[in-house]
Design a protein around this ligand. Structure first.
Ligand code: K7E
Ligand code: CUA
Length: 679
C-alpha cells in the first residue's frame, strides 16, 4: 500500500521535490560535505524515469544511495560470516553487501587450492583419526581476536558444531592455519568466543557425550555422559592454539549452548547457557516422550558461570585429570574450588551476550518472550556472600535467581541473540516474530533521556531471523551504524531457485534512534546457512597484498628452505627415494615444463611463485591426479603424491593470468614400468 503510494508519489510534482531533497541529503551524508550533489532538471527527470521504470520509491532510492558503492570505492566495514554447512567463512563488505571472498576452513575449496594438493595437512590435523577423515564442517560462530575487548583484526577463530572442532585463520593472508579436533567430545556449539585479550578461545559443547569419545549405553546417560567447555590457549606470537596449555571444564550432561566471555566489570568470568537441564535423552522409539518435549519440562534451565582465571590456576597447580590426552577439570574439583556456579534462567534459552561495559549478561528466552538481564556485580556478590538457593543433581551450587537478576524485558516471540550499539541500545533477534527488537540499556550505558530497559521499536525481517550482527557489536565499544539480520528463510524475496532457497542477509540502518531502522539491502546467501557473523571496521585489518618474501610458506609463515629460486629448477631423485620437482612460476611459464617420472614413483612438487605484482595469482593443476593449487605472489606450495597411473597428463595454470595464460602449461609424463603398460 505504502509502496504504491510512494511509487506514484515519485511521479507526482510533490514527489519531484521530495526526491530531489532526499537524493541530495543522502549523498551529502555519505560523501564529505563539500561533495554537494546538485541535480539538473535533466538529471532529475532521468532519475525519475529510472525509478518509474524499475518501480522504485523514494525510500528505495535513499537505500540505494546509502549502499551503492561506486567502482573503486572500498567498504567501511568487513563482515566475517560463518558459512554454515559449507564449512567456510564468507567475507562481506558493508554497506555494499558485496561478497568479497570465501575463506576455506573445514571443507576443501578448489579455487584456493585448499585440500587438492595443498592445505591437506591442515585438514588432516582436524581429522577424527587417520582412518576417519572429516571434509566438511557446520560453522556457527566466527570470533575475531581481541585486545582489551576490541577487535584487533589479527586472527579469526571458528567452530565446527558437527564435529567439535576449532579453526584458526590468520588475517594477514586470510588462510586457515590450524584445525583442532576436540579430544573429549563430538559436538560443540558455543565456539568460538574469545576472552578480552584472546588469552583463550572458548569452545562450549552442545550434545553431551561420554568424555573422551568413548561408548556408554544411553541408559547410563546421567552417569556416564557429560557436557564440557574447552578453553583453547591461543599463542598470539605463533598464531596457533597451544593444545598443551589448553584444558576443559567438565559439565553436567545438559545441552550447553552458547557462551560469552565477560569483559571489563566481568573480566575473568565466562557465561554459558544450557537447555535440557532435565538431562533427557529422548527414546521416542520406546514410547517415551520425544526429546524436545522431555527436554522442555522445567520452567528454568541453568546459566553457567565459570571463573576461568581460577580454573587456569588450578590447571597450573596440577588439579586437572587427563582424558584422552587432554586436561580436564572435573566437576568435584570445580565445586570444591568455587570455579562453577549456576543461576536459573528461563527455559530453553539461546543467546547469552555480555553488554559492552561487562556489567550485564543478556539471556534470550527462546520459549519465553523476555530477555533476562543479570547484573555481573550482583552475580559476584551472590558468589562472595554465598547466596546459594540449592544444588543441582551433580552438586553444583545454584545461586538465587532474584539476587542475580537485574530486570526482564519483554521483547517479543522467540528471542535468540543480542547485539549492541554506541547509543545505549540493545538489539535482540526475534525468530518467531521475524523482527529485531531495539531496547534501551540501563546502568552506565543508559543514555541521557532514555528510559532504561524499554522497548523502542522493531525492524521487521524477511524472515525468521537467527543471529544478527552490528558494527563491532560485541566489543567493549560498538560502533552502531549498521546491523545485519541473518534470516533463515527468504520465501518470496528472491527468484525461486527450486525448493531450496537462499538465506537472506538484510542490512539495516541503525544510525538514527527511536524506532527508525530502515532495511537497506537484501543479500542472498546461496551456499550454506550462516549463523553468527562479526563486523569489523575495515581499516583495522592489515592484510598483505603479496607474501612478504619470495618462497613464503603460508603454513609455517616463513620462507621455506625447500622453496626453489630461479636457477634451482630441476627434477631429481633424492635420498628419500622420491622424485622432487623444483619448479618456479612466473608469467607465463612453468620451469621446468616437461617432467617425466616412472610409474610408481612418489613425486614431490615444490613450487615458488616469483610474482611480485598484486593479484598476479597462478594456479597449478595436473589432469587426472586431483591436484589443484593456487599460488599467490611470492607463495611456496608443496604437494606429494604417488604416480600410480602411467600416461601423459597436461598440467596448466588455472588462473587467466596473462595474454599468454593458455600457453602456461607443461606435460607430466608417467612412464610405464616394465610390464605395466599405460592403461
Ligand atoms: Cu543461534 Cu549456532 Cu548461534 Cu544458529 S546459533 S541462529
Ligand atoms: Cu598463470 Cu595463467
Amino acid at each position: 500500500m505504502r509502496w504504491n503510494l510512494l511509487s506514484t508519489c515519485v511521479r507526482s510534482s510533490f514527489g519531484k521535490l521530495a526526491l530531489a531533497a532526499a537524493v541530495s541529503a543522502t549523498l551529502v551524508s555519505v560523501a564529505p560535505a563539500q561533495n554537494k550533489v546538485e541535480l539538473s532538471s535533466g538529471q532529475l527527470s532521468e532519475l525519475q524515469k529510472v525509478a518509474a521504470t524499475r518501480g522504485l520509491n523514494v525510500d528505495d532510492l535513499i537505500a540505494a544511495a546509502k549502499t551503492y558503492t561506486p567502482s573503486g570505492k572500498i567498504d567501511e566495514y568487513i563482515t566475517f560470516a560463518s558459512g554454515g554447512h559449507s564449512g567456510q567463512i564468507f567475507v562481506i563488505g558493508v554497506p555494499s553487501m558485496r561478497q568479497l571472498r570465501t575463506i576455506a576452513v573445514f571443507t576443501p575449496e578448489p579455487w584456493q587450492g585448499f585440500g587438492y594438493g595443498s592445505g591437506e595437512d591442515v585438514l588432516k590435523e582436524g581429522d577424527l583419526d587417520e582412518n576417519h577423515k572429516i571434509r566438511w564442517g557446520d560453522t556457527h560462530h566466527p570470533a575475531l581476536s581481541e585486545t582489551d575487548g576490541s577487535y584487533d583484526g589479527q586472527f579469526l577463530f571458528i567452530g565446527d558444531k558437527a564435529n567439535a572442532r576449532i579453526a584458526v585463520i590468520d588475517l594477514r593472508d586470510f588462510e586457515t592455519k590450524q584445525i583442532l579436533k576436540n579430544p573429549i567430545t563430538m559436538s560443540d556449539h558455543g565456539c568460538g568466543f574469545v576472552t578480552p585479550n584472546s588469552e583463550y578461545v572458548i569452545e562450549g559443547g552442545q550434545y553431551a557425550n561420554p568424555l573422551g569419545n568413548t561408548y556408554a549405553p544411553i541408559e547410563e546417560y546421567k552417569k556416564a555422559y557429560r557436557g564440557m567447555c574447552t578453553l583453547w590457549k591461543f599463542d598470539r606470537a605463533k598464531g596457533r592454539i597451544d593444545k598443551s596449555k589448553s584444558f576443559a571444564i567438565e559439565l553436567p550432561p545438559y545441552h550447553q549452548d552458547l557462551f560469552d566471555a565477560g569483559k571489563l566489570a566481568s573480566d575473568g568470568l565466562i557465561f554459558g547457557n544450557s537447555f535440557n537441564s532435565e538431562a533427557a535423552y529422548g527414546a521416542i522409539e520406546r514410547g517415551m516422550p520425544p526429546l524436545e518435549a522431555a527436554a522442555s519440562q522445567k520452567d528454568m534451565d541453568y546459566l553457567h558461570v565459570i571463573d576461568w582465571k581460577k580454573a587456569e590456576k588450578l590447571v597450573e597447580a596440577g588439579k586437572a585429570e587427563t582424558i584422552n590426552g587432554f586436561k580436564v577439570l572435573k566437576i568435584d574439583t570445580l565445586i570444591k574450588e568455587g570455579v562453577l556456579y549456576f543461576i536459573p534462567e528461563p527455559k530453553s534459552p539461546h543467546g547469552v551476550d555480555v553488554t559492552p561495559d561487562g556489567e550485564y549478561v543478556v539471556v534470550s528466552g527462546k520459549l519465553d518472550p523476555h530477555v533476562t538481564i543479570y547484573s555481573t556485580a550482583k552475580i559476584r556478590d551472590a558468589i562472595a556472600t554465598g547466596k546459594i538457593k540449592s544444588h543441582d543433581e551433580y552438586g553444583i551450587p545454584v545461586l538465587d535467581f532474584d539476587a542475580c537478576k537485574e530486570v526482564q524485558v519483554e521483547v517479543g516471540l522467540g528471542p535468540l541473540h543480542t547485539q549492541f550499539d554506541d547509543k545505549g541500545y540493545a538489539y535482540t533477534s526475534l525468530f518467531l516474530d521475524s523482527a529485531i527488537c531495539r531496547w534501551t540499556l540501563g546502568g552506565k550505558l543508559a543514555k541521557h533521556g532514555q528510559k532504561p530497559w524499554t522497548v523502542m521499536g522493531k525492524a521487521p525481517m524477511q524472515y525468521n531471523v537467527g543471529h544478527l550482527v552490528t558494527a563491532e557489536g560485541d566489543t567493549a565499544s560498538p560502533d552502531g551504524k549498521y546491523m545485519i539480520g541473518m534470516n533463515k528463510w527468504s520465501v518470496d524475496r528472491f527468484f525461486q531457485t527450486g525448493p531450496l532457497l537462499p538465506q537472506n542477509f538484510q542490512l539495516v540502518d541503525i544510525s538514527e534512534g527511536g524506532d527508525k531502522m530502515p532495511v537497506l539491502y537484501d543479500l542472498p546467501i546461496g551456499n550454506g546457512e550462516p549463523h553468527y557473523a562479526q563486523m569489523i571496521k575495515a581499516d583495522k585489518l592489515k592484510p598483505w597484498d603479496i607474501y612478504p618474501e619470495i618462497g613464503f610458506n603460508p603454513h609455517t609463515m616463513a620462507v621455506d628452505p625447500k622453496a626453489p629460486m630461479p636457477g634451482d629448477e630441476k627434477v631429481v631423485r633424492e635420498a628419500d627415494g622420491k622424485v622432487h620437482v623444483y619448479m618456479t612460476i612466473v608469467r607465463s611459464h612453468f620451469t621446468p615444463e616437461n617432467i617425466e617420472v616412472n610409474e610408481g614413483d612418489t613425486v614431490v612438487f615444490h613450487l615458488t611463485s616469483m610474482e611480485q605484482a598484486v593479484d598476479a595469482t597462478h594456479g597449478f593443476c595436473i589432469a587426472g591426479y586431483n591436484i589443484n593449487l593456487s599460488l599467490e605472489p611470492g607463495e611456496y606450495a608443496v604437494t606429494e603424491f604417488k604416480a600410480t597411473k602411467a600416461g601423459t597428463f597436461p598440467f596448466y595454470c588455472t588462473e587467466f593470468c596473462s595474454a599468454l595464460h593458455l600457453e602456461m602449461m607443461g606435460y607430466f609424463q608417467v612412464k610405464p614400468t616394465q610390464g605395466a603398460a599405460a592403461k
